[in-house]
Design a protein around this ligand. Structure first.
Ligand SMILES: [Zn+2]
Length: 195
């Protein structure tokens, strides 16, 4: 059986990926969503995700990796991330033979996480049911939260330093001479300062 790992390239999902690679032998399919919206963070996240995947493949073990894109760049509103993740996770789960688990890097300390996770699974279930009506997908899918009880500081401490440097958290990157630099002011940047 295969676990689908939803991977953003941030600290939490990188720590989750390393945990699954190092502490289990299960087959993994890692998937990154290039989430384009007014925050303009898709490019910086994608670059981080690709560097991290290459590093993890060479240091741990091989795994399947893929990307897809949602482009809301011309919208004024910023769509809710967890809904985008639910939508994409369903398509990718169907695309993954024998996929019976979905791993997401939700943390107990994230704002309103229980409600958000429940809504995310409800959206996923409604979509998945449509595929099951076509006799596609495994009969049951379990959602797992491998780093749920960890504090950010613990996650950072558990990562090899080189890998921690590769992770990307900032929601509103600033274009710099070479690539991007974090804005230093968004919620994700502030959370990261605490590490
Ligand atoms: Zn920032």
């Amino acid at each position: 059986m295969t676990t689908l790992v939803m991977f953003s390239g941030g600290l939490d999902s990188t720590a989750m990926l390393v945990k699954l690679l190092a502490e289990s032998a299960e087959e993994l399919r890692v998937h990154h969503i290039r989430m384009a919206n007014r925050e303009n963070r898709a490019e910086a996240e994608q670059a981080a995700a690709e560097r991290i995947v290459a590093w993890c493949r060479s240091r741990y073990r091989p795994f399947r990796y893929s990307q897809s894109a949602l482009d809301f760049g011309e919208l004024e509103a910023i769509p809710i991330d967890y809904l985008c993740v639910a939508f994409v996770a369903c398509q990718v789960a169907i695309d993954t033979p024998a996929c019976d688990r979905i791993a997401v890097a939700a943390l107990a300390r994230d704002t309103d996480i229980e409600n958000r996770s429940a809504r995310q699974r409800r959206v996923f279930d409604a979509l998945y049911e449509c595929y099951r009506a076509r006799k596609l997908g495994a009969p049951r899918i379990e959602w797992i939260y491998p780093v749920y009880h960890a504090a950010k500081r613990e996650l950072a401490a558990a990562l090899p330093g080189e890998l921690l440097e590769m992770t990307w958290s900032c929601r509103r990157p600033v274009r710099a001479a070479a690539g991007f630099r974090p804005c230093g002011a968004c919620k994700a940047c502030l959370a990261r300062e605490e590490i």
